[in-house]
Design a protein around this ligand. Structure first.
Ligand code: SAH
Length: 236
């Protein structure tokens, strides 16, 4: 596109694969820029491939299509957001997804993160507390053929014990503390990736690994900004 603002020229080229190339390059750059914090020069090529395979514009509202391939979070209604692509990529990399893994996601939102995970693991279970978001995400994932993802309307603080324990759990909203139920539903050797902190204040992306002897190893990765994980059953 020749006319238009810088943002339009950058992100609406009428050529989605070109927009995608630009986005993946930005993710590579941001990965390099944050390497001291994350301990990663580059993300797993399988994760980058999964990002390339999933059409982000199908998860973004019609009126925001121009921004679908910008490296930014976008509103998806109900005060919620689809996360920034770099953060989706980083969190996916941090859970070290394997092809036989069964993974739990908390905070389905648009279903984008679940779709990325579905390309990399055997099965994805995802919980969303806002019923209409869960319904829309379910329809979207079915339409796009991501058939190894199952969505439940519920409170992610409690996890989804029926299908656990999980190889990995990814939480896409900021928790004021680490939900004990989620730690309990991790397999030995499992990884939990979760933003921890109060809304509108400092949050940290944390990786918790459950050792084979049950001990937990915790690592702070990066300051982040997520919408809150609501409904903490212990604070009622
Ligand atoms: N992963 C999403 C983005 C998540 S935004 C995507 O790829 O689009 C965070 C989501 O967590 C919101 O949809 C919000 O409604 C949901 N959420 C907040 N608290 C929750 C809880 N206790 N249990 C489940 N979902 C929750």
């Amino acid at each position: 596109m020749v006319q238009g603002t810088v943002a339009e020229r950058q992100f609406v080229s009428n050529d989605i694969s070109k927009d995608m190339d630009l986005l993946l390059e930005e993710i590579r750059e941001e990965t390099r820029a944050t390497r001291l914090a994350t301990d990663r020069e580059a993300l797993d090529p399988r994760v980058m491939n999964a990002l390339r395979e999933v059409p982000r514009h199908r998860f973004v509202p019609d009126e925001l299509q121009f921004g679908a391939y910008a490296n930014r979070p976008l509103p998806i209604g109900h005060g919620q957001t689809i996360s920034q692509p770099y953060i989706v990529a980083l969190m996916t990399d941090l859970i070290q997804p394997g092809p036989d893994d069964v993974v739990l996601e908390i905070g389905t939102g648009s279903g984008y993160q679940a779709a990325i995970l579905s390309r990399l693991v055997k099965r994805v279970y995802t919980i969303e507390i806002v019923e209409s978001l869960a319904k829309d995400a379910n329809e979207r994932l079915r339409r796009l053929g991501y058939d190894n993802v199952e969505i439940q309307v519920g409170n992610g603080w409690l996890g989804w014990p029926q299908h656990g324990p999980y190889d990995a759990i990814l939480v896409a909203a900021a928790a004021s503390r680490i939900p004990a139920a989620l730690v309990g539903q991790l397999k030995p050797g499992g990884r939990l990736v979760i933003p921890v902190g109060e809304p509108h204040s400092a949050q940290n992306l944390v990786v918790i690994t459950k050792q084979n002897d049950g001990q937990l190893e915790m690592k702070h990765v990066l300051p982040v900004a997520f919408v809150p994980l609501i409904g903490n059953p212990e604070s009622r």
